[in-house]
Design a protein around this ligand. Structure first.
Ligand SMILES: [Zn+2]
Length: 403
């Protein structure tokens, strides 16, 4: 079974928006309420409340006079928020998930969303959806929704309300007979270079909009904090940020779809991107203060989001019946893909690869991508040899490459 989400912009009016803001507010309130209780418990080194306990107390809250407003919102979305909070704590304490942090307090402008977890609660008819306690809402339907409805999430960002519809469908593996395998080299100037010579330019949209962004930020600093004009300016900055994020994601989506559609096995460098950019604190989505002072390379990594590229490849490959295999990128830039000679001198300039042994010359990225493809095949051979019990060493070094 395959899960997929469709996201559309909602067509709202002031009446609907009022309800959306109110329900988003109620779910944010419930999150923050139990988050604070748990924060106090953690401070005292006590164990935190799990979902069942929070759910019990939330029902008591609803019955109290002070918090009776909570029963205005559909009960399911409140319960779902508590489940999300519970999950966020579990992930945060899970040592195997190094990128996850403990949940934080939610803020109005960053976190206004709620989810209807039960498909029985909503109905979709052409370009409109019926939601409990809200009624029919139209949306900009940009593509057909295929599959069984699972849940929907309503969220607000940069001035608009969106609906994200999650569906589940039977995985139909397309015929992979006439598909080739490919090695991919990820880079700074070119986002991705394939072993067949095809290259995808990076879209450094952040760089091009940076001046605009810093101008907006300078104006913000001159306004008195939390004034009407300050909020207006803040909103402008948020819009620009979301424009940058959307453009970047869109660009990566086009590339990853094309790669997954046309290839059977996709070998990519195991870059540990997250670790590389971690030095500048935080995550790709949420870079820290030090990012600006870090070198240009680090920023480019953040810009292009190699990890986003990888993430998209991973989930899309399952739609198209392809397979993503991570490869140890050691020596791929110094190794000659023609004769196998490895030397630092092979890489004379950043762009050009010239082998000092056999004189093979090629674009450096294409050479690296060809090496990744070869290393990928070596890993596959290693694996099949280990399974059949033979100890013969194939191309490359089995031990060096994590299978
Ligand atoms: Zn050579």
């Amino acid at each position: 079974m395959l899960r997929k989400a469709y996201k559309f912009k909602l067509k709202t009016n002031s009446k609907i928006e009022k309800k959306l803001w109110s329900y988003a507010g109620h779910s944010r309130f419930i999150w923050n309420y139990f988050w604070s209780l748990n924060a106090r418990r953690l401070q005292k080194r006590q164990s935190i409340m799990r979902y069942a306990e929070m759910d019990y107390w939330s029902k008591i809250l609803k019955r109290s006079e002070q918090y009776s407003f909570l029963s205005e919102a559909p009960a399911h979305i409140i319960q779902q928020k508590l489940k999300d909070l519970d999950k966020a704590y579990q992930d945060g304490f899970d040592r195997t998930q190094s990128t996850k942090r403990l949940p934080k307090k939610r803020k109005k402008h960053l976190h206004s969303s709620f989810r209807f977890p039960d498909p029985k609660q909503f109905k979709i008819e052409n370009r409109r959806i019926s939601l409990p306690k809200i009624g029919w809402v139209s949306f900009f339907k940009s593509q057909n929704i295929l599959g069984t409805l699972r849940n929907i999430t309503i969220s607000y960002h940069s001035g608009n309300w969106y609906i994200s519809i999650q569906v589940e469908s039977q995985l139909i593996l397309p015929n992979s007979a006439n598909k080739s395998d490919v090695g991919i080299d990820l880079g700074v100037a070119k986002l991705a270079t394939l072993s067949n010579g095809k290259a995808y330019e990076a879209k450094n949209i952040y760089r091009s909009l940076e001046t605009k962004l810093s101008k907006l930020q300078r104006r913000l600093s001159r306004k008195s904090k939390f004034s009407k004009n300050w909020f207006k300016q803040k909103r402008k900055i948020q819009c620009l940020h979301s424009h940058i994020a959307n453009a970047r994601k869109d660009h990566t989506h086009k590339i990853t779809t094309e790669i997954c559609k046309n290839h059977a096995k996709i070998f990519v460098e195991d870059l540990k991107v997250l670790n590389m950019s971690k030095s500048a604190k935080g995550t790709i989505e949420n870079p820290g203060k030090n990012v600006r002072t870090k070198s240009g390379l680090n920023k480019s990594i953040l810009d292009q989001g190699w990890s986003e590229f990888r993430r998209q490849l991973e989930y899309k490959s399952s739609w198209y019946g392809a397979e993503v295999v991570p490869i140890n990128p050691q020596y791929t830039s110094q190794l000659c893909s023609e004769c196998g000679h490895t030397s630092k001198e092979n890489r004379q300039t950043q762009a050009q690869f010239v082998c000092v042994s056999c004189n093979f010359s090629s674009n450096a990225d294409i050479n690296a991508a060809r090496n990744i493809l070869a290393a990928g095949y070596a890993v596959s051979v290693c694996e099949s040899n280990h399974i059949s019990g033979r100890k013969q060493k194939p191309l490359g070094n089995c031990e060096k490459i994590p299978a």
